[in-house]
Design a protein around this ligand. Structure first.
Ligand code: 0RA
Length: 183
């Protein structure tokens, strides 16, 4: 999920990514890119985001498409995260000023893409993906802060101008959640 946001940064449209580890060990990744496309794909007849969430784009055809949603560094993309998640929710702040949301359960669409509100255009477009790894697939559901921190630090160092924050909401001390930022 982070790799997709990094690809949006490489394309020149995103300069900030925030990763939150939630108290229930779900993850939220927020970026300030253009937003995963919500418009209807001309031949597939579903929103671009739905294709991204349900199609394995391991190569070839999809990658040449003008509406491609990057597979990230490993070529398969967010559809794999979706398939391996008990639930996944995507929220898009699109350039029409509307907020769109869709939910999935174990990779299967649970709701249609819906308009759930509007956002202040000053705050800008972007994508938020939240997911909870599936306990029927993974035996260890616990995230290790330092493992994520080391990877996110590398990604920030490798991408000029990109800020990445990691927030651990499982730890909420006097100063609030544990937080690190890389630039
Ligand atoms: C393809 C086209 C457009 C945005 C994206 C991909 C995009 C993908 C991801 C995945 C995570 N965050 C993302 N942000 C953007 C642009 C579509 C348009 O503006 O018409």
């Amino acid at each position: 999920v982070v790799d997709n946001a990094v690809d949006e940064a490489l394309a020149g449209y995103c300069d900030r990514i925030e990763v939150m580890i939630r108290p229930d060990e779900s993850i939220t990744v927020v970026d300030n890119g253009r937003g995963i496309p919500v418009d209807i794909h001309p031949t597939e007849k579903v929103p671009g985001v739905e294709l991204a969430m349900t199609t394995l784009h391991a190569g070839g055809k999809f990658d040449k498409d003008a509406y491609k949603v990057s597979g990230g560094l490993h070529g398969v993309g967010v559809s794999v995260v979706n398939a391996l998640s008990e639930w996944l929710e995507v929220e898009i702040r699109w350039r029409d000023g509307k907020v769109y949301r869709q939910r999935y359960a174990r990779g299967i669409k649970a709701t249609e893409l819906e308009v759930v509100g509007t956002y202040d255009k000053k705050s800008g477009t972007g994508t938020t993906v939240s997911f909870k790894p599936d306990a029927e697939i993974f035996s260890d559901l616990h995230y290790t802060f330092d493992t994520l921190a080391n990877r996110l630090r590398e990604l920030a160092f490798l991408n000029k101008g990109l800020e990445i924050a990691l927030v651990d909401e499982r730890i909420d001390g006097d100063k609030g959640p544990r937080r690190e930022e890389y630039h």
